[in-house]
Design a protein around this ligand. Structure first.
Ligand SMILES: *Cc1c(COP(=O)(O)O)cnc(C)c1O
Length: 354
């Protein structure tokens, strides 16, 4: 049985969080002399940012909760999903003792965040179909396994991980399963978000960096039981999402129809690229993708990568990852960028088959 008390680090369970000035006093006032801010204003021409932001991002969470159909208390907001990853590791994993399980090929930050925190990383590769190796995961789990990171749609392969497999893990594992849905807005599959009420050990992560087009703002979301979200809030830096970021996220939430509009353009372009790319002789396979990128398996990834760079186009070489032999990960660009990419690939094809 999952019991949060059993897996939380003792020092975190006992932690009394820092109480910021904006937490300490929540009432109405006219003169704020409590936070050592500069009452005169800001050194910027464009924005007044001399006041600390809302540490709990209440307005943003209220609006986001409506959009997602969940309670604001089930939402954590951070400086990108990367902050949520780090906080989850620090909440549950005792350095030098506990471990997490990652499922390569996958997003690199889970492993890096664990290593920074001196937490052991166990890797269980996805199976040939790029799905969970449930028996393999089962035998990797030991009494010190606290977290399993599942990325769906997966980066860099783009495939959706079977929901029933994830649910099987949620039922059998006494630690926390983190489902990273950074790319869910590009998928036809359903989010796991509505399952957080059903599974006390489920954390779903999403981000404003991809479909929302706000990577530069650095805002990520985690959704989970109130109990887990409270722990995350206790650990986070008091003012982890800036005032400008909160303001612009509120603005974006008022324009959420733009997200589906942009996603639909990018999905059409993805379809077009997925149809055209296999026609090149150096392309062995284009993996079906539910994200805004394609993993393209080629005969000569290094050579192709260098050719594209020499024409000022940069893609990501993922060919050294397990199950990604020959793989370049290509982000779907604007229609114009994708056309240019295809014409460069034609030139490369003719060059390699004179
Ligand atoms: C891009 C990406 C993120 C987003 O991270 P942010 O810190 O929110 O920008 C998270 N997870 C995966 C798998 C990603 O590819």
């Amino acid at each position: 049985m999952f019991d949060l008390k059993n897996i939380l680090r003792p020092n975190i369970a006992a932690l009394i969080p820092y109480s910021s000035a904006r937490e300490d006093f929540k009432g109405e006032a006219e003169i704020f002399l409590d936070a050592n801010e500069n009452a005169l204003g800001s050194a910027t021409a464009s924005h007044a940012l001399n006041r600390y932001p809302d540490p709990m991002q209440i307005k943003v969470k209220e609006k986001l909760a409506k959009l997602k159909g969940i309670d604001p208390s089930a939402i954590f907001l951070g400086n990108g999903s990367d902050e949520a990853i780090d906080i989850l590791i620090r909440a549950f994993c005792n350095p030098g003792k506990d471990n997490i399980i990652i499922l390569p090929p996958t997003y690199g930050m889970y492993e890096v965040a664990a290593r920074i925190n001196d937490v052991v990383v166990k890797a269980v590769n996805l199976d040939k179909n790029l799905q969970l190796d449930l028996p393999g995961i089962d035998s990797a789990i030991d009494k010190n396994t606290k977290l399993i990171f599942v990325c769906s749609p997966n980066n860099p392969t783009g495939d959706i991980i079977s929901k029933s497999d994830i649910e099987e893990l949620l039922k059998s594992f006494n630690g926390v399963i983190v489902v990273d849905e950074a790319y869910i807005d590009f998928a036809d599959a359903e989010s796991m978000l509505q399952e957080i009420g059903k599974y006390p050990n489920l954390v779903v992560m999403q981000t404003f960096s991809k479909a929302w087009g706000l990577a530069g703002l650095r805002v990520g979301m985690a959704f989970a039981s109130n109990a887990i979200i409270s722990v995350m809030n206790k650990i986070k830096a008091p003012y982890n999402v800036g005032a400008l970021a909160q303001k612009l996220i509120l603005d974006a939430l008022d324009n959420s129809n733009r997200v589906s509009e942009m996603a639909s353009v990018l999905k059409n372009e993805r379809k077009m690229l997925a149809e055209r790319l296999p026609n090149f002789s150096f392309v062995k396979e284009v993996l079906p993708s539910s994200a805004n990128f394609l993993l393209v398996k080629t005969n000569n990834p290094g050579e192709l990568y260098d050719f594209l760079i020499s024409h000022h186009v940069v893609v990501r070489n993922r060919s050294s990852l397990p199950l990604c032999e020959g793989g370049l990960r290509i982000t779907v660009g604007t229609p114009d960028e994708n056309k240019k990419l295809l014409s460069l690939l034609s030139i490369f094809d003719k060059k390699s088959n004179p």
